[in-house]
Design a protein around this ligand. Sequence first.
Ligand code: GAL
Length: 655
Amino acid sequence: MTIWFGGDYNPEQWAETVWQEDVVLMQQAGVTMVTVGVFSWSWLEPQEGTFTFEWLDRVLDTLHAAGIRVDLATATASPPPWLSHRYPDSLPVTETGVRLQRGARQAYCPSSPDYRRLAARLAGEIARRYADHPALELWHINNEYGCHVSRCYCETSAAAFRRWLTNKYGTVENLNRAWGTAFWSQRYGSIDEVTVPSAAPAFRNPTQLLDFDRFSSDEILGIFREEAAAVRAASPSVPITTNFMGLFKPLDYWAWAAELDVISDDCYPDPVDPDSPYLAAMTRDLMRSLADGKPWLLMEQSAGAVNWRPSNAAKPEGMMRAWSYQAIARGADGILYFQWRQSERGAERFHSAMLPHTGTDSVSWKAVCQLGGELREIGDALDAPTHGSVGIMLDWDSWWSIEQTGLPSTIDYMEGVRAWYRTLYDAGVAIDFVNPRSDLGRYSAIVVPTLFVATSDALAALSAYAEAGGRLLVGYQSGITDEEGRLTPGGYLGSLAETLGVRIDEFFPLPVPGSVPADSVRLRANDLGVRDAVGIVWSERLVITSADVVARFASGPLEGEAAITRRSAGAGQAWYAATLPDPWLRSRLVAQLLAGTGVLEDAVAVPGVEVTRRGRHRFVINQTASAVSVPIAGQTLSVEPYGVRILEGDTVWRD
Ligand code: GAL
């Protein structure tokens, strides 16, 4: 199995004489694949319909002669100036009506017929020209879809939204019912009267907003499909990818993943954020989950600093390597960077690269070369990744909906997801992300931080999972609305209420952080030996129908009432958390949830250290700047700061 190594290569920024030096240095660094052409549109089609591929021919031939494979982009990520000059309506419009101009990148409306026609044509031209090029390994459609413009509020987008609604609802009566337009005199006489949810005087219709989020994700997926179809027509046997951006709210990656041959991701954790290791681990686990347990590619990371934070920290020695191995341990079969050679000009001239501006006599170049050499050696020996043992539910409808306005509280959807992930990560558990349609049965436990929007099928699937012997933990604000945004018929939690053995009587959301009075509530879990814990974000009055109380609120208006419950449901267990417990209590709950499943017996939990299994190998990664000792496989393994040791079975295989 090859572990690809390389990065974005933008030769159009350099004289051809530099290209020769590039390939020599690429070979020195162990580069096996580069992504070419991501931002080359104005160089490949300098005027509408005039194509100048000769320079790209020479680039690909040069790379091929050096034995370097190519991930070839369709070059559509940044439309050339002539496009919006000629078709000004192709420029996107913001929620407040500002038309964004050219001069940066991604300046296109996702619904623009001119952009889409010209993008698909260019993709087809490139695919026909290079389908049989011997350097071609992978197709890279566009780049980071939605990164800058994921929602457009122009007239063209409004028309496309109406077509999407007509397709979904058929008639205006159906739309009126689904959107609840009896409220605030919003009843439409015809779908022609509907527009995009631009800035408005008061709370906008929640179902209109949700449908607009769904539409926007679908609409951008539509561009991907058109480009992919043009590429596949000319090059049916070469796989296709487009690079994701981790936990990216605007696009429902579950829907997208199904259309990619290879999942790939761009990930730029902040070197000075102590949470970066677990946050990066989350995105790696998401990518493996989107790939349904198969390998994926880290398409972009940085060798050192980025240039888009207020202050851009460099990576201490060893960190880049440790983070690269983290991706491999969690299923990546490629480590690539933005970009190969640091730009001298342009908006990203201060962004690090594999080959820095300071040249080859630099610490970061040496780190890149070292990693390239190591990956070439270990590649063949690695097994395919596998599924995790615990699933965390991630649902874009819920993410979009719970962050609207006009709700019981202001909730950050990812706060709960991150919290439960963190607890499982700290316990050394292998984690997948799942959605309500996933095969839940393969997991020892399912954690649902918040499933605000839940279809009756989703609720039934969770109940069935627990009844069949699964360990299910459900968090607050789940089963609150159906897919139309209507409050769940029959009461919050719907059919899941019976499985959980609780009913929700009334919400008591906690004040948002920093508020006076306190933004937390005290909790007591006597049976777990936890007398003084706290909960944040949420509380609510539960009516216990058939559950055991695991923790109670110990302050505030609900003092003495149930906060966390557990019910034996069929062969399994169904837990409910009416608050977000602090890390200590969460770790106790997770230990209980997983007790008897065998999951924790296989896990190694040492603070700051990740032990991740990939087939026969276990990667022991020290994510800290201090040396650590790790008890594993009957021995104590010392691991240097940011060090990586790989075990095969019980013996150290690589350092
Ligand atoms: C990504 C993008 C690259 C480059 C990089 C900088 O978002 O795909 O082209 O801009 O960020 O970190």
